[in-house]
Design a protein around this ligand. Structure first.
Ligand code: F6P
Length: 335
């Protein structure tokens, strides 16, 4: 593949594919620059005094790591003066953050999980950033939370960065999925895979098995059939992988297939799941669908869910189409 930078890719999407407007291109470039800065901070590890906890809790009541705070600040600072956004929302902030009046405003809404999988930071395992871009409703100049509550089908772009052995940026603007690898010497993201496709079938699954006793019957049935392998109704063996950073688990699935599950369970019945719809499930669902996979909450397509809250949680089943369809069908069978 000839050397295609993220900028060149986006310019092609703008002029040739006519998928995106110039200000969306610039917005994505700003997010990518912020991801580069986060990658540098993470790469310093213990030498940069960035590990450990920040002695604070986020809006989800979770202990914030220093890098959660740093990543959030990098993304906020990079994006607020770019002129492409009407407002931002982050996992780390209870309410959307308006663009300060001293900066120009644009027509997009950006949502992000600045550092996904943060329990893995201190043990040097891959973590990531997830983002989703929506259009600000027409005529709205000071968007509030209700303006963000759009179904995932309305996303105009979605992506994630994985900070692993190499730093990758995975992006869709609704025209397939492209993977960029950070060239650390040049400081630029270079296209290393385009039009990625997730195989429809797989023999690999990802779920936190320690929650098994709280799962609901459709998930109990589905996973017990996988675990029974060639001695069970599926007649073939399945393998399990669980990184516990959604970005890394989803990236494995994008690379070689698989099914990722974080179901709703009876551990805390008040919680509709572990993962957040607007800045985890929806962007990942858009990417997975653009790569030919499927993504549901067990009952319906994730991208069709009408959000009711910025930080709402949801069950997630995504990856290889035939497996996602099977576990979704089990949810529809009478118990
Ligand atoms: O954002 C939540 C998250 O860190 C995901 O990245 C990951 O899939 C999940 O939590 C891990 O949860 P658990 O603690 O159940 O392994």
């Amino acid at each position: 593949m000839s050397h295609i930078s993220l900028t060149r890719y986006l310019i092609d999407e703008q002029y040739q594919a006519r998928r995106i407007q110039p200000d969306l291109r610039l917005l994505i470039e700003v997010v990518a620059r912020a991801c580069k800065a986060i990658s540098v901070a993470i790469g310093k590890g213990a030498l940069g005094n960035v590990l450990g906890s920040a002695d604070a809790e986020n809006v989800q009541g979770e202990v914030q790591k220093k890098l959660d705070v740093i990543a959030n600040e990098i993304l906020l600072e990079a994006n607020e003066w770019g002129g492409h956004l009407a407002a931002l929302a982050s996992e780390e902030l209870e309410h959307p953050s308006p663009i300060p009046n001293r900066y120009p405003k644009g027509e997009y809404l950006l949502l992000f999980d600045p550092l996904d999988g943060s329990s893995n930071i201190d043990v040097n395992v891959s973590v990531g950033t997830i983002f989703s871009v929506l259009r600000c409703p027409e005529g709205v100049t000071d968007p509030d939370e209700s303006d963000f509550l759009q179904p995932g089908t309305r996303q105009v772009a979605a992506g994630y960065a994985v900070y692993g052995p190499s730093t990758l940026l995975v992006l869709t603007v609704g025209d397939g999925v492209a993977v960029f690898t950070l060239d650390r010497e040049q400081g630029s993201f270079v296209l290393t895979a385009d039009r990625v496709q997730i195989p429809a079938d797989t023999r690999e699954f990802a779920i936190n098995m320690s929650n098994q006793r709280w799962w609901q019957p459709p998930v109990q049935r589905y996973v017990s059939e996988l675990v029974a392998g060639r001695d069970g109704p599926r007649g073939v063996d399945f393998n399990m992988r669980w990184v516990a950073s959604m970005v890394a688990d989803v990236h494995r699935i994008l690379s070689r297939g698989g099914i990722f599950m974080y179901p709703r369970d009876n551990k805390d019945p008040a919680k509709a799941g572990r993962l957040r719809l607007m800045y985890e499930a929806n962007p990942m669902a858009m990417i997975v669908e653009q790569a030919g996979g499927a993504a549901t909450d067990g009952h319906q397509r994730l991208l069709d869910v009408q959000p009711t809250g910025l930080h709402q949680r949801i069950a997630v089943f995504l990856g290889s189409r035939n497996e996602v369809e099977r576990v979704t069908a089990y949810h529809h069978e009478p118990g």
